[in-house]
Design a protein around this ligand. Sequence first.
Ligand code: NAI
Length: 397
Amino acid sequence: MIVQPKIRGFICTTAHPVGCARHVQEQIDYVLRHEPLTSAPKKVLVIGASAGFGLASRIVAAFAGGAATYGVYFERPSDGKRTATAGWYNTAAFEKAARARGLYAKSLCGDAFADETKRQVADAIRKDMGPVDMVVYSLASPRRVHPRTGETFKSSLKPVCGTYTNKSMDFEKNEVINVTLEQATPEDVQQTVQVMGGEDWQMWMEFLKAEKLLAPGCLTVAYSYIGPDVTQPIYRNGTIGAAKDHLETTARQLDKFMGQVGGRALVSVNKALVTQASSAIPFISLYIVLLMKEMKARGIHEGCIEQMDRLFRDRLFNGRALQDIPVDGKGRVRVDDWEVRDDVQAAVSDVWKNVSTDNVLRNGDVAGYNQEFLKLFGFGYPDVDYNADVEIDIKAD
Ligand code: NAI
């Protein structure tokens, strides 16, 4: 099939298998340009492994640390007529590249929230790898079926303190528009916490411990976000922020729990980046457009792979004892430190005040955002022939 991008709102409904492999290889190449990580874990489970921060974490663990990795993800294969989703192709490309380097790499496509998935993962890990010394929890999901009650929860992106209106970006028209979001109900908050809070992470860790699959000194990490004042009403003080509060509270409880195996549980606060999850959040995409311009101007722009490489290399595994990993006053690792720098934030907030359709192309990095967005689906690489016929039905192993 000849595969071209088909963009509908904030999603691209096609993905290019060769381009996705190219995107994965680009991240592998970044990691390989740096020194190997000698004190990194050797057996790593990544939950949410097919895209964004989870995929980048897996690439760093494998290609910098030489780890055997097991990935859990939820993607759609091709039915022969439609392409698979990008994460499907990413995973196939990752596994191929890891094995070519002699690294164990297997994955399970299934619902991470389900007990059955947890059981299957435990069986596979027990058979192939033995207890893991790191668990990365990097899910971004719109819904969760609770494994005990069968109830379906849906996450939402709504402000909690009243209706909120602010500027956002319409990428189809390259226009700055006003978007209004209605105040969340208490039910919306509770549902979002059920999906994106810490309960499932805790279930995973308790299950793996009961199955004796956590190695001594195992570290588990999940990802959070704080962000600037301008996105507080929709993000940190919104429904998703309530879920992140829950995730961070869970981390503090899990940290004690992991002490039973001499390990730790930590949340890392990462920077705002173009991923499938973040492109769905109103206001944030415009903020990222402005942020990218300011961070690039200062030579401190990072994508997922740069962020995760710095997390592993400088924060988690640079030879310190687990207890000495640097954290903020709330016990969180911070790799959003460059994003929240005073000079960066002052510049973004200055531009935000007057940003409009007339000046957004000048004051923001719309082209850079669009390029990153297309790459998520394997498009926009000059060395990939998008007019060539490609096999879309790539089998998972
Ligand atoms: P993403 O959309 O790029 O990747 C999400 C991953 O979760 C994919 O591998 C997907 O297959 C998997 N997944 C979703 N539902 C699943 C299910 N039911 N079962 C198994 N796998 C499932 O997301 P992104 O942006 O990398 O987000 C990961 C984490 O990082 C989230 O907790 C997010 O809040 C956090 N984060 C994201 C930031 C951003 O700017 N994108 C900033 C800071 C934190």
